[in-house]
Design a protein around this ligand. Structure first.
Ligand SMILES: Nc1ncnc2c1ncn2[C@@H]1O[C@H](COP(=O)(O)OP(=O)(O)O)[C@@H](O)[C@H]1O
Ligand SMILES: O=P(O)(O)O[C@H]1O[C@H](CO)[C@@H](O[C@H]2O[C@H](CO)[C@@H](O)[C@H](O)[C@H]2O)[C@H](O)[C@H]1O
Length: 436
C-alpha cells in the first residue's frame, strides 16, 4: 500500500510552483520560501487530507488540501469521485481520529450526493451537493472557530431572515486549538449575485446613450434600496445576538490608527498610492474630530456586491469571514456598522467603473458611470435608513471608512488583478480632491 506521507512529501516539493496559480492562495504578493506538511490524515479509502504550512518572507500560514492515495493527484476535493464522503460523514456524524464531522443540532442531512465545484472566482473552495447543500472548504486556516460559522450560528439563533442557514461543519485540532475546516449551508439554486445584477444594470445604461439611469429597463435602484434595508436588518440581528456598545476613546483611536497603519503598509508595496498619502492621512484624522457617540458591534467585515445574493424571497448576505488579508483579532473586533455600509458604497462605484477599465479617456462613459453610482448609492442609504440611522448623517466617518476600504482594494488589486488597480486609485483621486 502507498505510504500517504511519502505521497505528501512528493507533492510538497511541487507546491511552490502550483500554489501561486490557485485563486484561493492568499500569498500572491511574495515568493514562497518553503512548504511543509503539518498533518496528513487518510479520511477514507482514497482521500488523504493534508494541512500545509506555507512560509513566505514575514509570514507563515496554514492551508488545507487533499490528494488521492492511489494516484497522488492533487486537489481531489474538487473531484466528485472523492468529495462525497465529506457530506456522508457530516450526515452520520462519524469522525476520523483527527477530523470531526458534524451536523448542526436539529438538522438531518441527506447523504450519497457528490460535490461539484461552484466554479466562481473565490478565496475558498465551495462544492454544491445536489440542489440542497453548499460546502465551503476554508483554504487558509485560522485558529479557533471560523468566523463565518460563528456569525451564521449567531444570526440563526435570532431568526435572521437574510442568511443561508448553517447545516454542518468539519473541524480539527491543531496545536491544541480548534480549527474549522469547512461549513455546510443550505444552497439557494435560484440565487443571483448582486455583483452580476449590478453589472447588467450598468451595461444597460451604457447601451442607452440618450436615457438616464431611472429610465432604463435594468435600473437597479429598487434593488439597491431593498439591499440597504436587508443589510441594516442583519446589523440589527448581529447586535441582538452578540451585543453592541458605544465606542470609547480607545476604540476610536484604535480604529483611526488601524487606517493609518494599513495605509503605511500598502504604500510600501504600491508606490502609485504615494501621491494621495497626505490627503488620505488628513481624512482619517478628520473623521476622529467628527465621530461623536458611535455604536460598535460585530459586523460583516468584507461587504460588497459579490457577498450578497438575490433570491426570490429577498437579499441574503454570505461570507462573514471578514477581509481575507485581516488578522483574526481585527476580524473579531467590534466595529462600526458604517464600515459595511462603506464597503457596499465602494462596490457600487466598482460596478460602474469596471466597465471603464481600458478606456479611461471616454468622458461620456465616465459621466454615465458616475450617474449610476450616485443613484444606487443613494438608494442603498435610503433603504438602510428605513431600519437604522441614515449613514449619510456621519459623512466624515463614512468617507474615512470608504477611503480605508479603497486603500485595502488598492493592495488587493495590486496583488490579484493589476489591470483593475485604476478602479480604487481613481476613486481615491476623486474623493481626496473634494469629489463624492
Ligand atoms: N447559500 C448559497 N446558495 C447559492 N450560492 C451560494 C451560496 N453561498 C455562496 N454561494 C455562491 O458561492 C460564491 C462563493 O461564496 P463565498 O462564501 O463568498 O466564498 P469565498 O469566501 O471563497 O469567496 C458566492 O459568490 C455565491 O455565488
Ligand atoms: O469575496 P472575497 O472575500 O474573496 O473578497 C475579496 O475579493 C473581492 C473581489 O472578488 C474584492 O472585492 C473588490 O472587487 C469587487 C468586484 O470584483 C467589488 O465588488 C468590491 O467592492 C471590491 O472591494 C474584495 O475587496 C476582496 O476582499
Amino acid at each position: 500500500m502507498t505510504d500517504p506521507h511519502e505521497l505528501v512529501d512528493k507533492l510538497v516539493a511541487s507546491l511552490p510552483d502550483l500554489l501561486p496559480a490557485a485563486r484561493w492562495f492568499g500569498g500572491k504578493d511574495r515568493p514562497i520560501t518553503a512548504v511543509r506538511p503539518l498533518r496528513t490524515t487518510v479520511v477514507d479509502g482514497d482521500l488523504v487530507h493534508v494541512v500545509l504550512e506555507v512560509e513566505q518572507p514575514g509570514r507563515t500560514e496554514r492551508y488545507q488540501g487533499a490528494l488521492s492515495l492511489s494516484t497522488g493527484a492533487w486537489d481531489v476535493l474538487l473531484d466528485p469521485e472523492h468529495n462525497g464522503v465529506l457530506l456522508d460523514r457530516m450526515a452520520s456524524g462519524e469522525s476520523t481520529q483527527d477530523i470531526v464531522f458534524a451536523h448542526e443540532p436539529g438538522t438531518e442531512l441527506r447523504s450519497g450526493l457528490r460535490g461539484r465545484p461552484i466554479g466562481v472566482e473565490q478565496s475558498n473552495t465551495s462544492l454544491i451537493y445536489g440542489q440542497q447543500y453548499i460546502l465551503k472548504i476554508f483554504r487558509k486556516l485560522a485558529s479557533g472557530e471560523n468566523r463565518d460559522l460563528t456569525m451564521h450560528r449567531a444570526l440563526r439563533s435570532v431568526g435572521c431572515e437574510h442568511i443561508a442557514l448553517p447545516l454542518g461543519s468539519i473541524s480539527t485540532e491543531l496545536d491544541g486549538e480548534q480549527v474549522t475546516l469547512a461549513m455546510l449551508q443550505e444552497f439557494l439554486p435560484d440565487a443571483v449575485e448582486g455583483w452580476d445584477m449590478a453589472k447588467t444594470s450598468v451595461r444597460d445604461l451604457m447601451a442607452e446613450a440618450d436615457l438616464h439611469a431611472f429610465e432604463v429597463g435594468g435600473d437597479f435602484a429598487g434593488e439597491a434600496q431593498r439591499l440597504g434595508h436587508a443589510v441594516a436588518k442583519v446589523h440589527a440581528d448581529l447586535a441582538e445576538a452578540l451585543g453592541t456598545r458605544i465606542a470609547d476613546d480607545d476604540a476610536i483611536d484604535e480604529a483611526i490608527a488601524g487606517m493609518q497603519r494599513r495605509l503605511g503598509v500598502v504604500l510600501e508595496s504600491v508606490p502609485e498610492l504615494g501621491r494621495y498619502e497626505e490627503p488620505l492621512r488628513a481624512a482619517f484624522e478628520q473623521a476622529r474630530e467628527h465621530v461623536g457617540a458611535i455604536p460598535i458591534q460585530h459586523i460583516h467585515g468584507d461587504l460588497h456586491l459579490g457577498q450578497v445574493l438575490r433570491t426570490v424571497h429577498g437579499w441574503l448576505l454570505i461570507d462573514f469571514e471578514g477581509e481575507p488579508a485581516a488578522g483574526v483579532a481585527e476580524r473579531n473586533a467590534l466595529r462600526s456598522p458604517l464600515r459595511d455600509v462603506a464597503g457596499m458604497l465602494r462596490s457600487f462605484d466598482y460596478a460602474a467603473r469596471q466597465l471603464l477599465v481600458g478606456q479611461p479617456d471616454d468622458d461620456q462613459l465616465a459621466y454615465r458611470a458616475m450617474e449610476w453610482t450616485k443613484r444606487n448609492r443613494a438608494a442603498f442609504c435610503d433603504g438602510y435608513a428605513e431600519v437604522a440611522g441614515d449613514p449619510r448623517d456621519h459623512a466624515h466617518l463614512l468617507r474615512a471608512f470608504e477611503l480605508d476600504k479603497a486603500v485595502y482594494e488598492v493592495a488587493y488589486e495590486h496583488a490579484n488583478r493589476p489591470e483593475w488597480l485604476t478602479v480604487p486609485l481613481s476613486s481615491i483621486a476623486r474623493m481626496t480632491s473634494g469629489g463624492e
